[in-house]
Design a protein around this ligand. Structure first.
Ligand SMILES: Nc1ncnc2c1ncn2[C@@H]1O[C@H](COP(=O)(O)OP(=O)(O)OP(=O)(O)O)[C@@H](O)[C@H]1O
Ligand SMILES: Cc1ncc(CO)c(N)n1
Length: 283
């Protein structure tokens, strides 16, 4: 038997809901062996980030080389890269060897609003890392930073932005978690009835070589959204490590995350924006 392996290159969240911890839980829940290269220690919890301690860039490269020289990694997920030096070191290692599928989550700001990486990282991601990857998974503000544009604020604008990102060198999945539910259009000069919240959807838009795909799931009414981006990207990488194609891996990852968000509403970890329930299928 060949065991599928997902390698996460990301930061540590000691409260366990995001970063490396979320990635390893996700891989395990999806039946994939998880390996991890640490790029930064953070001090954070469900309320916010109080400290960041980046790993020296050459030691990030040492960890990555050690794992890739030994393990048959099926897919890599890249998350928090705190400094441009760390981002460049990761790109340098990946450029010089055979690469598996790579999912790049261009982490910039935590759910709490705290910055996790310096602004200069964005340029290194665009220039050096993105062309080496299979898919990039920005949220709306990250999309704006990468394209030097305003954030998309409708599925149509997400499509245009996904195509623009794809033209930079890899498929792009733009996450709509930050999209406000549509405001009612006036009908005959009178505002229409507002859609009830339970009808709202959370939409992500993929642009790949074959075109555009929308992934839509019911919007869960919860404040427990800490680590959703990490969980989605590592679930996609886990699917790719198992041999799924990109569209299938994204669909399965979205289903897994939606279930984890729904179950996470009851999880009760921490007193701020809590994590999703990575183990929801095992309960
Ligand atoms: N309330 C919700 N209900 C359903 N799906 C959601 C909800 N919030 C976010 N999502 C989904 O979660 C995934 C992550 O989206 P989001 O745009 O929040 O990413 P992010 O900002 O990178 O996440 P993070 O909070 O980890 O930084 C997407 O698939 C998005 O559609
Ligand atoms: C370590 C880490 N990576 C990513 C995120 C984004 O959710 C976070 N909060 N912490």
């Amino acid at each position: 038997m060949t065991t599928p392996i997902m390698l996460s290159v990301a930061g540590s969240d000691p409260s366990g809901g995001a970063g490396i911890q979320a990635d390893l839980k996700t891989a395990t829940a999806l039946g994939v062996y998880g390996a991890a290269v640490l790029t930064s220690l953070t001090a954070q919890n469900t309320h916010g980030v109080t400290g960041i301690h980046p790993v020296p860039a050459d030691f990030v490269a040492d960890q990555l080389t050690a794992v890739l020289e030994d393990l048959a990694v099926g897919a890599i997920k890249i998350g928090m890269l705190a400094t441009p030096e760390i981002a460049a070191a990761v790109a340098d290692v990946l450029r010089t060897r055979p690469r598996p599928a790579i999912v790049l989550d261009p982490v910039m700001v935590a759910t709490s609003g705290d910055r996790l990486v310096t602004p200069e990282v964005t340029e290194v991601i665009k220039e050096a890392l993105l062309p080496l990857c299979t898919v990039i998974t920005p949220n709306l503000p990250e999309t704006a930073a990468l394209l030097g544009n305003l954030a998309p604020h409708s599925p149509d604008e997400m499509e245009a932005a996904a195509v623009a990102l794809r033209d930079l060198g890899c498929a792009a999945l733009i996450k709509g978690g930050h999209l406000q539910p549509e405001s009612p259009e006036p009908v005959d000069g009178k505002p229409s009835v507002r859609r009830p919240d339970q009808d709202a959807m959370s939409v992500d838009v993929l642009a790949d070589d074959s075109g555009i795909t929308h992934y839509s799931a019911p919007r869960i009414d919860t404040t427990n959204t800490h680590g959703t981006g990490c969980t989605l990207s590592s679930a996609i990488a886990s699917g790719l490590a198992r041999g799924a194609d990109l569209r299938t891996a994204v669909g399965a990852a979205k289903d897994y995350l939606t279930g984890a968000l729904r179950a996470g509403a009851q999880l009760g970890i921490g007193s701020g924006n809590g994590p999703v329930d990575h183990l929801w299928r095992n309960r």
